[in-house]
Write a protein that binds this ligand. Structure first.
Ligand code: PXP
Length: 247
């Protein structure tokens, strides 16, 4: 069965909106684990907009399933990742101005950088995945660079506005997954997947792992908001009574 990697970056985004201690992505990871997450995914971005070193270090100690670290090829991030040794790293392109990871990694033009880097990670028994668009030349280059996995970018499928476009993107992902396997690569997929669009991806791509963040964390806000308000109301009520009765 396809495994689920839960990306908890968005919990850290909320924390960083106030630069406080809550909500803690480490707690989110424990709860995701209780819910059956097979993998916890985080992206330590160069600008530290959400996940920080502290989160990586604590998750490294507390995730007993599999920790997947999304990362750029920046030296500082590479050294941190090699020191912390998550079970898996996924190389992604990173631009400061983007809201989220936009396109896939251009493995073809970055082969000279990626090849030796992948070797360093694999020597430490860290699984390496490359986040790429489902294009034959990127898949081929990923195999040549020595990656074990590719994570096929499902963003264009998720953003398709017509059924025809969606089917077209699904077919590209399906054939990309097929080619990857023919070349001996293992296949993951992710980005922009939701409760509404995950079905065909599971059925047609047969990925080993799906990495999903925004939609799960968004839903968590709504399935939890009623209880959170009830708890605050209860607390206010309790203290109102205490104020009236003198404690
Ligand atoms: N996979 C990769 C490589 C990503 O960069 C992201 C976004 O951090 C995801 C999966 C998850 O995407 P989403 O938050 O849209 O589910």
């Amino acid at each position: 069965m396809t495994k689920l990697g839960v990306n908890v970056d968005h919990v850290a985004t909320l924390r960083q909106a106030r630069r406080t201690y809550e909500p803690d992505p480490v707690t989110a990871a424990s709860l995701a684990d209780l819910g059956g997450a097979d993998i916890i995914t985080i992206h330590l971005r160069e600008d530290r907009r959400h996940i920080h070193e502290r989160d990586l270090k604590l998750l490294r100690q507390t995730v007993f399933t599999k920790l997947n670290l999304e990362m750029s090829v920046a030296d500082e991030i590479v050294e941190l990742a090699l020191a912390e040794q998550p079970a898996q790293v996924t190389f992604v392109p990173e631009k400061r101005e983007e809201v989220t990871t936009e396109g896939g990694l251009d493995v073809v033009s970055q082969a000279k950088v990626l090849g030796p880097l992948i070797k360093r990670f694999r020597e430490k028994n860290i699984t390496v995945s490359l986040f790429i668009d489902p294009e034959a030349r990127q898949i081929q280059a990923s195999r040549d660079a020595g990656a074990e996995f590719v994570e096929l970018h499902t963003g264009a499928f998720a953003n398709a506005t017509t059924e025809a476009q969606q089917l077209d993107m699904l077919e590209k992902l399906r054939s990309g997954a097929g080619l990857s396997r023919e070349l001996g690569l293992r296949v993951n997929a992710g980005h922009g997947l939701t409760y509404k669009n995950v079905g065909p991806i599971v059925e047609k791509i047969g990925a080993e792992e799906l990495h999903i963040g925004h939609s799960i964390i968004s839903r968590a806000v709504f399935v939890g908001i009623k209880k959170a308000v009830e708890e605050m109301k209860e607390l206010i009520y309790k203290h109102s009574i205490m104020a009236k009765t003198g404690g």
